[in-house]
Design a protein around this ligand. Structure first.
Ligand SMILES: [Fe+2]
Length: 294
């Protein structure tokens, strides 16, 4: 499948998955890739034949057949994730085979993967785990909801552990889709086997506007009211997902993070009236402008 081939709706993300990405900065797909393909990709990695394309190359032109890794990236269910987040025709930015050596003595410092980036548009990074990663192997660690805390590379390396962090303990074939701003690091491998993780960064070439399967969005939009009712709060709707706090959020219930989520959700849906509680509407209230318009 080409990256510009129309995707079956069933392979695209749902609005709730997109809201989870906006809230947490990542989506996780456990045991997503078949064992045979995982094994073939491990052989390709070990053979050292994976070639990086120049930055800015259309993903379509990367990893031509018979590359098992290219085959994995072209699976409709993987393309569904990619195209829901960055659309058709995305560009290869860079890739890396990250290896944590057996009994490596140190963990990687916590970091973001680029310099301070103030765009509302976002790149994604796919992380693919070709073999099982038990906790003692020190998988990649991500900090849910950290993607709006704009930082410069390793400026946060002093932080070793944060409440709510997710160490990637997973089975072979697991895929992570990350917002480019998320805080993460590679944990120390305490086993006698090296640990592998393949990462690719992709840039969008289209406006990131309702690229996923939006069939469930109409119902969600109907639910959009300025203030939660008790009943609404109990339902797993987009507002609930975007209003859910992470354990590391400050006492003020993470309002800053939630306001940033609302802004990104508005950007992605084109619905400039969307709100969670009344938080962004309150900030936009400019009474003097109403007087001028009267
Ligand atoms: Fe990184």
């Amino acid at each position: 499948m080409s990256t510009t081939t129309p995707i079956d709706k069933q392979d695209l993300l749902t609005s709730k998955q997109m809201a989870t990405f906006v809230a947490k900065g990542f989506l996780r797909f456990d045991e997503f890739i078949e064992p045979d393909l995982n094994a073939a990709i491990m052989r390709e990695i070990d053979a050292g034949t994976l070639k990086a394309a120049p930055a800015g190359t259309p993903l379509d032109e990367c990893y031509p057949d018979p590359s098992p890794l290219g085959h994995m990236l072209r699976l409709p269910k993987v393309q569904g994730i990619i195209q829901s987040l960055v659309g058709p025709g995305s560009l290869f930015d860079h890739h890396a085979i990250h290896v944590r050596q057996a009994n490596e003595g140190a963990a990687q410092g916590m970091h973001g993967d680029s310099i301070i980036d103030t765009r509302m548009h976002f790149d994604i990074q796919l992380m693919y785990f070709p073999h099982d990663v038990p906790l003692e192997m020190g998988g990649t660690l991500v900090v849910p909801g950290s993607h709006f805390r704009r930082i410069n590379e390793m400026d946060i390396a002093r932080y070793q552990n944060l409440l709510g962090q997710v160490p990637m303990v997973c089975k072979a074939g697991t895929l992570l889709a990350l917002h480019h701003g998320i805080w993460h690091c590679g944990r120390q491998n305490k086993t006698d086997k090296p640990r592998y993780m393949y990462k690719i960064r992709l840039n969008p070439t289209v406006r990131q506007l309702r690229l996923w399967n939006t069939e469930d969005l109409t119902e969600e939009v109907k639910k959009n009211k300025p203030i939660f009712t008790r009943e609404q709060n109990a339902v797993e709707d987009v507002q609930t997902i975007l209003g859910r706090t992470e354990p590391w959020f400050e006492d003020a219930a993470g309002r800053l993070e939630i306001v940033n989520r609302i802004k990104l959700w508005r950007f992605l849906t084109g619905d400039n009236n969307f709100d969670v509680h009344y938080w962004l509407t309150r900030l936009e209230n400019m009474p003097e402008n109403r007087l001028m318009a009267a």
